[in-house]
Design a protein around this ligand. Structure first.
Ligand SMILES: Cc1cc2nc3c(=O)[nH]c(=O)nc-3n(C[C@H](O)[C@H](O)[C@H](O)COP(=O)(O)OP(=O)(O)OC[C@H]3O[C@@H](n4cnc5c(N)ncnc54)[C@H](O)[C@@H]3O)c2cc1C
Length: 360
């Protein structure tokens, strides 16, 4: 049977970042992913805040330039503003720099950083279960001293380890449209996307268009998306896909014995907007570095839990508070319209930056 120091389940931003930092310290790391091709299909808006914005959002995280040193070749388009659009089409612009990527290439790039550092990547390999150091996959068993669950919102690893896996989920549907778009990320609120928002995120040669909602019962995301495309004159959508964003904040425990949970699996997502790429990379770096220290001098794996909560916990909590407040206003178009007017761009800016919107 094959033996590894570390087995990482999931080659998304969280898993590949964890694997990179663990492998670069000389550990014997395997990453498995059930997908045949890393990053495909795209289930993401593909927007990432600039490093300067990330430093403003989460100033405690050190060396962000090193972490988010993204090759120009991976950037599809730089954006300058975020525009909030109310049900009555009132526009609120805030300055916010970011860029869009194509997750098919972005995720492959992160995975290849990990393999260049020595990690062994096996795609088309599904995690089934876990028992102590034994990892069962559909391609056989492997043994690892540390196991990392970076397997997304429906984490089988967390479930196998007996950790909480329940998240409140926001179902989304998205795709790509062609056309010319201003360098502005647009978010549309109201019954067009009940309890969530619809987006148009420019990518240079077109845009990523989609919506996420909070609604129970018999709703068709496809019909809602078609209506949004029609109302906004966005034309034909391609590469249609769907996904879920965990929006209930982090799970209570992310380390148990030799198992660590990272990224969406741990609920490390900004609840206000569903942004999880940079947070999962930050937490992945913390996880990989703590694993390296653990092998070097027996530093407890628990240090990961303490460090990520200290680094990104307050901002994730603020985002969750803002989301809970927004949920009340989101109930009807007129309350939403009024709330957006009352908030204005300054408080919206605070929400985007994961600051408490009613405290200075
Ligand atoms: C519609 C949508 C739009 C979004 N837009 C944005 C955005 O614009 N910006 C942003 O920052 N964030 C966005 N997010 C959130 C972002 O996509 C996630 O937060 C991010 O991908 C989390 O990374 P991760 O590595 O934790 O999980 P994932 O990227 O989900 O990776 C998990 C990996 O685990 C693998 N896996 C799962 N189960 C198993 C198994 N049993 N065995 C083996 N492998 C397994 C999967 O195949 C997958 O590759 C969006 C999410 C959705 C759904």
């Amino acid at each position: 049977m094959e033996e590894f120091d570390v087995a990482v389940i999931g080659a998304g931003p969280a898993g590949s970042s964890t694997a990179y930092y663990a492998a670069r310290s000389g550990l014997n790391v395997i990453i498995i992913d059930q997908r045949k091709a890393v990053g495909e299909p795209v289930q993401c808006g593909e927007f990432i805040p600039s490093t300067n914005e990330m430093k403003r959002i989460i100033p405690r995280v050190k060396d962000q330039s090193e972490l988010f040193n993204i090759d120009d070749g991976l950037i599809k388009m730089k954006t300058e503003k975020i525009r909030f659009v109310s049900p009555k089409n009132r526009k609120y612009d805030i300055d916010f720099e970011g860029f869009t990527v194509d997750r098919r290439y972005f995720d492959k790039h992160l995975a290849s950083k990990a393999t260049d550092a020595g990690a062994d990547l096996r795609t088309g390999t599904k995690f089934l279960s876990l028992d102590g150091n034994m990892v069962e996959t559909d391609k056989g068993s492997i043994k690892a001293k540390v196991i990392v669950g970076a397997d997304g919102f429906k984490s089988k690893v967390a479930e196998s380890a007996g950790m909480q896996v329940e998240h409140v989920l926001c179902p989304c549907m998205l795709g790509q449209v062609s056309g010319d778009f201003e360098p502005i990320v647009e978010m549309f609120f109201g019954t067009i996307a009940p309890g969530g928002y619809a987006w148009v995120i420019p990518k240079g040669d077109g845009a990523n268009v989609g919506l996420g909602i909070q609604k129970t019962g018999n709703v068709s995301l496809r019909n809602m998306l078609d209506k949004f495309l029609k109302v906004r004159g966005l034309g034909k959508i391609e590469q249609l896909s769907a996904g879920f964003v965990p929006i209930s904040g982090p799970i209570p425990q992310t380390v148990k014995d030799n198992v660590m949970i990272v990224g969406d699996a741990a609920g490390q997502v900004m609840a206000t907007n569903g942004g999880g790429i940079p947070i999962s990379m930050i937490c992945g770096r913390i996880a990989g570095n703590v694993i390296a220290q653990n092998f070097k001098d027996n530093t407890p794996l628990q240090k990961y839990e303490e460090e990520w909560r200290m680094n990104v916990g307050p901002e994730l909590d603020n985002a969750l508070d803002t989301k809970r407040m927004a949920d009340k206003a989101f109930k009807r178009n007129w309350t939403l319209e009024m709330s957006m007017r009352l908030l204005g761009p300054d408080r919206m800016n605070r929400a985007v930056n994961c600051k408490p919107i009613f405290k200075k």
